[in-house]
Ligand binder design. Structure first.
Ligand code: HEM
Length: 479
């Protein structure tokens, strides 16, 4: 089978091609793919990785052979504190993984649930706008307000939204801060290339300390989640019953757990599973949306004409209203195009990591069972074979091109495709448009003078979500 592996760079003994992979692996893999082709083999330490870098090879992995190529393999850092055993992000496609996805899809992201939570989303976006307005009222440099860290405010808004959707309780400022810090640090740690994954023989040593540090972060989050679960269980006891009519996700989980016990079933929905699922939602669902908003704002600041056209579109549709609501999104094609173009240029999860559960043949090459399979969405989004001037921020391309991000068009897969496609897509879609649109409607945005001279630093920092290496503080003034 070795002979029929896809082509790739010649590996060095022991380390393989690790020296070819820099701090931004999606860019390194894309450079290598230009030389070795859209399906290539790269050796990372002891691991054989097959990397797909074109729409056709992505389709082969995510659609044609997805039943065999959607395994997850062991990603050491996730095993911190036993998290991986119940994590939807790392479980292989099996019963528990399916159950976790089903719970999320039915009780957070279904049409009915999303409609029920619409007023909360409006309230959260309103809160974010108020916080920006307070900064805009402050005296800052250059005639505008004080600098605003939009990414952090958007992160806090998304954490609060998830918390209140899941627990139906308010979130105090200290807890909010802890969760925002956890989400950001976990995103960095979980995205850091880990020696333990390349050399499983030394994984127990946790040479970079990633598993240890993540265990601490998980413990902090578990403690906050536990307090909510304990409190709810006491309330239910006092009430003498189950969730009732207005059930949130925590009630659903507790009901399912009680049902298991009553039926004498094997215990699956236990405390560990609840902790892991809720932690995954806070970590995976907050920084991703916030980081995308941050990239969009950065691109708009770099492209003032595009920002102006967007502001005109929103003003025209909303008139005297001050906040973009869900029902407006359909009438705002330029806003939609800008969100898509941001996700194309900055797919915050550029690399998707899988494992071959069975040997598969693609385009005359063999992907052996047990090998890692990587889809490089960034390379696909940057391909000159697919996109005209791919390195440029040109939202207009999506006005003429009828293409969505639901995982059917393999040239554009910011939320993935196939079995592991993002379960939070319907929520992220709503929040991205509502936040970005409202920020553009209410405020004029400029860069601080110092930054204006040199332009924004658009460098990336690799992580579970690829963020801006220098998070910008920008100036808002009221319209
Ligand atoms: C702009 C925002 C977001 C982007 C770009 C994004 C992107 C992605 C991508 C590309 C994947 C697929 C990974 C793979 O194939 O391995 C994914 C998976 C996932 N996303 Fe998102 N996501 C976003 C927001 C959210 C939100 C808001 C939530 C939940 C609150 C969420 C929860 C998840 C979960 C649980 C998975 C794992 C699915 C699985 O492995 O089966 N995401 N996301």
């Amino acid at each position: 089978a070795r002979r029929r592996l896809p082509p790739g760079p010649c590996p060095l003994p022991l380390i393989g091609n690790l020296l070819d992979i820099g701090d931004l692996p999606h860019r390194s893999f894309a450079r290598l793919a230009e030389r070795y082709g859209p399906l290539m083999t790269v050796r990372l330490g002891a691991a054989t990785c097959v990397v797909a870098s074109s729409p056709a090879t992505a389709r082969a992995v995510l659609q044609t052979h997805n039943a065999s190529l959607a395994g997850r393999g062991r990603q050491d850092a996730w095993h911190a504190g036993g998290h991986a055993e119940n994590s939807v992000f790392v479980l292989p496609p099996g019963r528990k993984w399916r159950l976790l996805r089903k719970i999320g899809a039915a009780h957070l992201f279904s049409r009915r649930k999303l409609a029920e939570l619409a007023p909360l989303r409006d309230e959260i976006v309103g809160g974010l706008l108020r916080r920006v307005a307070e900064r805009a009222d402050h005296r800052g440099g250059g005639g505008g307000g004080a600098p605003v860290d939009v990414g952090r405010l958007a992160l806090a808004a998304n954490v609060e939204l998830l918390w209140r959707s899941v627990f139906s309780t308010r979130l105090d400022a200290a807890t909010l801060d802890v969760l925002c810090d956890v989400a950001r640090e976990a995103a960095v740690l979980l995205g850091t290339p880990n020696v333990s994954d390349f050399f499983p023989a030394v994984a127990a040593l946790d040479l970079q300390g990633l598993r240890r540090r993540l265990a601490e972060l998980m413990k902090n989050t578990y403690r906050l989640v536990d307090a909510q679960i304990d409190h709810r269980m006491r309330c239910r006891e006092l009430r003498g019953g189950r969730g009732g009519e207005a059930m949130d996700l925590l009630d659903v989980l507790l009901d399912m757990s009680e049902q298991e016990r009553e039926d004498g079933d094997v215990e699956v929905i236990n405390r560990d599973l609840m902790r892991a699922l809720l932690t995954d939602l806070f970590v995976g669902g907050s920084d991703s949306t916030a980081t995308t908003v941050e990239w969009a704002m950065a691109e708009l600041l770099q492209n003032p004409e595009i920002m102006k056209t967007l502001q005109q579109e929103i003003k025209m549709v909303l008139g005297t209203r001050s906040q973009v609501e869900e029902s407006d999104i359909g009438q705002l094609p330029y806003l939609q195009a800008i969100v898509k173009e941001t996700l194309r240029l900055h797919p915050i999860v550029p690399l998707r990591l899988y494992e071959a559960e069975r040997t598969v043949e693609i385009e005359g090459h063999t992907i052996p069972k047990g090998s890692k399979v990587i889809v490089n969405a960034w390379a696909i989004h940057q391909s000159a074979k697919v996109w005209i001037q791919p390195e440029k921020f040109l939202p207009e391309r999506f006005i003429t091109k009828d293409i969505d991000f639901a995982g059917r068009h393999f040239e554009f897969i910011p939320f993935g495709s196939g079995r592991h496609i993002c379960i939070g897509l319907p929520l992220a879609n709503r929040m991205l448009h509502m936040i970005l649109g409202s920020l553009m409607l209410q405020f004029k945005w400029t860069m601080p003078q110092m930054v204006n001279r040199n332009g924004l630093d658009m460098a990336e920092k690799f992580g579970l979500a690829v963020s801006m290496a220098t998070r910008p503080n920008i100036i808002a003034s009221k319209m």
